[in-house]
Design a protein around this ligand. Structure first.
Ligand SMILES: CCC(=O)SCCNC(=O)CCNC(=O)[C@H](O)C(C)(C)COP(=O)(O)OP(=O)(O)OC[C@H]1O[C@@H](n2cnc3c(N)ncnc32)[C@H](O)[C@@H]1OP(=O)(O)O
Length: 636
């Protein structure tokens, strides 16, 4: 039997076992975790919305990622490598050092009254203190909620109001290659805008751009850390079902969804993936080049590698421009990374700048075993380029903030399966993935339909939305009863390979960032001269998609279109944030609509992408579509 056949049989056996007998499968996987009280049951269907994992397990995430490795003799091994080309700083923390820092900073949090179940918002750039803050929360059983630095004050305010944090951890600034991002004024504005007021803010001063502290409310991170010298804290005993964190993600409206991640199921799932999917062993260096503000950063910068005693890399830089397109190769060589996990957009950026990968010749990538891509659809051209230049398996895998880990992937640790470009391969253990037509019937192989997952979702996936079980049911469970709706359309081929083709809602993916066009439309609609608008995601060679806004002005507004369009771009930047990459607003006389008033966003998008389109039978006024084409043509 050849290696490919072996790998397929091993995969089939594992996946089938996970679905046929989830109790046995996941209790076995749970042996990778150090429990204070080992679970006797894997799943209880009577709890929560669709059941809960490891209902009687008692555990702590920080203990599993840090303390237990020190106790097991890994204290001197490097746990965290901080590499910041934007500041020129490099720093490493051993497991022992990181455990001490976290234990000490948890004492600081305790002094603010932070304990089990309290929320702490972490609004920080990619610095080690952010990781320390997150682990300090986990140590105490407080629920962290990290907010990505590229969001606006208004977006931060929404998250503060929903999570109602006791405390906010922040830094004076983030550093982008072309500018310093002053976090503090954004945070101050967010706190002004929010109804909920945190009791205190702990701020890390960065020398690049120090910030003013608000008396009584704000506290200096370093002074508190100094004052806590010699203090330690114990890891709290947490129910496996207790929330570890809340991570907000875009919904179909401007109100983000607070994805809840429980503790025990997440640790078990991550531990399985570190070996089964990523093929990483304790002591090796795994690099996830994302941001801790995204789920990918939570799972594979902060938690996953440390959980199994591997080393993680915290990289405060970009794939290009810090300083050049050889940046990733430099980090891989310098730290002997065995795998890199990043978004396809990062590789598109490298390829654009260095099409023949000349820079790669300057580095020794011996020991580098695999590249993993996720966050957006991996286009075959980029994937092939990476395969050819790196000479290692390039593995696309697909997941969501909601799931916390891969739904579909190619399990390198089990055995590499043949790669089909355009497909992230096969469902991971515990995911009973189906494609259903709109009536809920199974779609035959090769037929496009709705990608859903039969309940229960495997461990690690969201049990609910923070403060909003109703929205959880409506958004994910009611469309296809008995299934979790991914809101992706796609198909499964005759070999079981899954192909994700498009979203079925108004979410777009810009440079690996999941964004709501509805949220951008809400921002545009707040401009006093705007009557109505539509935002669509248009194909972009670098970012995958970019948002374009079509805007109808109120009657009587006769200001120059260019001036208004600039203001509208600024409104989206202010209200959603720079991460939206919203750079194009086009004023049009009207929007194409059906006779019942529904804006024909799908057709607008096809026109913008230069795809074939057919005139919708229900269109109110066909000339409105011509006008969209003309507006796009005029803008080039
Ligand atoms: C599987 C589940 C998931 O999908 S989790 C999400 C996975 N996604 C990712 O990991 C994201 C991958 N993308 C990236 O890392 C970046 O987009 C890369 C490829 C590095 C390119 O970065 P960049 O050149 O900055 O473009 P961009 O589109 O990301 O940025 C747009 C504007 O936002 C800004 N921005 C970005 N990050 C921050 C930040 N942390 N703090 C403040 N601002 C930030 C950028 O500077 C840029 O601003 P500007 O418009 O140029 O002024």
């Amino acid at each position: 039997m050849d290696a490919v056949q072996n790998a397929r049989e091993a995969y089939d056996a594992i996946h089938a076992a996970s679905l046929a007998d989830p109790e046995t499968f996941w209790l076995k996987a749970a042996e990778a975790i150090d429990w204070f009280e080992r679970p006797t049951r894997a799943f209880d269907a009577s709890l929560g919305v669709y059941g809960r994992w490891f209902p009687d397990g008692v555990v702590n995430a920080c203990h599993n990622a840090l303390d237990r490795h020190v106790a097991a003799g890994r204290g001197e091994q490097t746990a965290l490598i901080y590499d910041s080309p934007v500041t020129g700083v490099k720093r490493t923390y051993s497991f022992e050092e990181l455990t001490h820092e976290v234990s000490r900073f948890a004492a600081v949090l305790q002094d603010f009254g932070v304990g089990k179940g309290d929320r702490v918002v972490v609004y920080m750039p990619m610095v080690p203190e952010a990781v320390i803050g997150v682990y300090a929360c986990a140590r105490l059983g407080a629920i962290h909620s990290v907010v990505f630095g590229g969001f606006s004050a208004a977006e931060l305010a929404k998250r503060i109001d929903d999570a109602e944090p006791k405390l906010i951890l922040t830094a004076s600034c983030g550093i982008e290659p072309s500018r310093k991002v002053a976090y503090k004024p954004l945070l101050d504005r967010a706190i002004e805008m929010s109804t909920h007021a945190p009791e205190a803010v702990v701020l890390l001063q960065r020398p690049e751009l120090p910030a003013e502290l608000v008396e009584r409310r704000d506290h200096d991170w370093e002074s508190l850390r100094d004052a806590a010298m010699g203090r330690t804290t114990e890891c709290a005993r947490m129910a496996a079902t207790d929330p570890l964190y809340i991570l907000y993600t875009s919904g179909t409206t401007g109100t983000p969804k607070g994805v809840v991640r429980d503790t025990g199921g997440y640790l078990v799932a991550l531990a399985w993936t570190m070996s089964g999917l990523y093929d990483i062993k304790p002591g090796e260096v795994f690099w996830c080049a994302s941001d801790i503000g995204w789920v990918v950063g939570h799972s594979y910068i902060i938690y996953g590698p440390l959980l199994i005693g591997a080393t993680t890399v915290l990289y405060e830089g970009k794939p290009v421009g810090t300083p050049d397109a050889g940046a990733f190769w430099r980090v891989i060589e310098e730290y002997r990374c065995v795998s890199l996990f990043t978004a396809p957009t990062a590789f598109r950026a490298i390829r654009k700048e260095d099409p023949n990968a000349e820079k790669l010749k300057n580095y020794d990538l011996t020991g580098f075993r695999a590249l993993f891509l996720a966050g957006e659809r991996a286009d075959p051209a980029t994937l092939q380029w990476a395969e050819e230049k790196l000479g290692v398996p390039v593995i696309d895998h697909c997941w969501q903030t909601e799931t916390g880990w891969a739904i579909v992937g190619n399990p390198l640790g089990v055995g590499l399966l043949p790669v089909k470009h355009g497909s992230p391969t096969l469902p991971m253990p515990g995911y009973d993935l189906k494609v259903l037509d709109d009536e809920g019937h199974d779609a035959p192989a090769g037929k496009l339909g709705n990608i859903v997952i039969k309940l229960p979702l495997p461990p690690g996936c969201l049990p609910t939305l923070w403060n909003d079980e109703k929205r959880f049911r409506e958004s994910y469970l009611e469309g296809f009863p008995g299934y979790y709706q991914t809101s992706d359309a796609g198909f499964v081929d005759e070999d079981g390979y899954v192909f994700f083709m498009a979203r079925t809602d108004d979410i777009i993916n810009v440079a690996g960032h999941r964004l709501s066009t509805g949220g951008m439309e809400e921002a545009i609609a707040s401009h006093p001269d705007v009557a109505e608008c539509a935002v669509v995601g248009v194909a972009d060679a670098m970012k995958g998609q970019t948002p374009v806004g079509f805007v109808v002005l109120k009657a009587g507004v006769d200001r120059p279109a260019a001036e208004l369009e600039r203001e509208i771009v600024q409104v989206v930047r202010d209200r959603v944030g720079p991460v939206a990459a919203f750079k194009t607003a086009l004023t049009v006389a009207r929007l194409p609509k059906t006779r019942s008033g529904k804006i024909l966003r799908g057709t607008i998008q096809k026109i913008a992408d230069g795809e074939d389109w057919t005139m919708p039978a229900t269109i109110e006024d066909p000339t409105a579509l011509d006008e969209i084409g003309e507006a796009l043509k005029a803008r080039g």
